[in-house]
Design a protein around this ligand. Structure first.
Ligand code: GDP
Ligand code: CA
Length: 309
């Protein structure tokens, strides 16, 4: 049994490699829902959608989110009414949010809806949200404002300088059914190469998760999302700097030291292995830039083997 803590694009790429190296039915991704928000009255779960669309082979390869070949006629039509359309929801993608919102209104839990969605897309692994409760991540910026993650990331293009990340809602959320049990019995728990602060941070903040993983850290392995001192994509590097963390795989190892025993770092960071080891996390060096699914599959294999050693 393999559990994977997952954010969006980085995690989805890793998982698409993982399903080619192990029996997918043994894998369950526990996905961040701190980015969930409501647009046009619809419940949007960006990281769940990215994981499902990617594993279904339906994701827009250019962006890493949304559906390949989608159009944006509906959001553009909404602009006529003066509605805010900075969060781009594709026409076909809207079907997911319409369906999810209706099911939630009928009383289904987010876990139930996510299971249904993964099945509908033929996704071969289990996909569960970290919690069924609302757990929005709030970004505090240096001018004193606070805003939901998508507003900071998409509307303001992650430009306002970050003062801190508020995970209070995740800290009050109940873990989704089965999450703690899964993490307790998993032979391996992989912390995917996702943003440590806004993708993995919320999952670890859900009550019980951090404590459980600390107790089993010999079974937990992370993959660094920081390569050569920079994020592959997105604001993870700037955010790490903002919260006073070293912007390198060493900084990532330090953030995860209490919950994981091993971290896979990129070849370009081979000179940092002693500094990583000094954090108490065992470094394993491998190519981690997932240019294609073959590299992702190789990385998944290395990651699991790193724990077995
Ligand atoms: P988001 O919600 O879509 O931002 O998703 P994630 O948090 O899962 O992904 C963003 C993180 O993934 C960034 O910190 C990237 O550096 C990392 N990432 C993306 N692609 C790769 C890759 O090929 N290799 C590694 N090691 N990290 C990656
Ligand atoms: Ca995300």
């Amino acid at each position: 049994v393999i559990a994977a803590l997952a954010g969006g694009v980085g995690a989805a790429r890793f998982l698409s490699g993982l399903v080619r190296t192990v029996d997918p039915s043994t894998v369950t991704a526990v996905v961040n829902t701190g980015d969930d928000d409501e647009f046009h009255g619809l419940h949007v779960s960006p990281d769940i959608d990215t994981v499902v669309y990617t594993l279904a082979g339906a994701v827009n390869p250019g962006t890493g989110w949304g559906l390949a070949g989608d159009s944006f006629r509906c959001v553009d039509a909404l602009a006529r009414y003066g509605d805010e359309t900075w969060f781009r929801l594709g026409d076909l993608d809207l079907a997911t949010h319409l369906h999810r919102t209706r099911r939630l209104r009928e009383g289904a839990s987010l876990s139930e809806v996510t299971t249904e969605m993964a099945r509908a897309w033929g996704v071969p692994i289990g996909v569960v949200p970290m919690t069924d409760d609302a757990a929005p991540t709030v970004i505090r910026v240096t001018d004193g404002r606070s805003m939901p993650m998508q507003e900071w990331f998409v509307r303001h293009r992650s430009e306002p300088e970050v003062a801190g990340v508020d995970l209070a809602a995740a800290q009050r959320a109940a873990p989704a059914p089965g999450v703690l049990d899964l993490l307790d019995r998993a032979d391996a728990v992989v912390i995917c190469p996702s943003n440590p602060l806004i993708s993995i941070g919320p999952v670890l903040a859900v009550p019980g998760v951090r404590k459980l993983l600390s107790a089993r850290r010999d079974r937990v392995v992370a993959v660094s999302p920081i390569i050569g001192g920079a994020a592959v994509k997105g604001p993870a590097d700037r955010m790490l700097a903002a919260v006073g963390s070293e912007v390198s795989c060493v900084g990532v190892a330090r953030l995860y030291a209490d919950v994981c025993s091993t971290i896979v770092v990129d070849e370009v960071d081979a000179d940092l292995v002693d500094a990583v080891a000094a954090t108490g996390v065992r470094p394993v060096v491998a190519p981690t830039l997932m240019r294609d699914v073959a590299v992702a599959a190789e990385l998944a294999l290395t990651t699991l083997a790193a724990l077995a050693r």
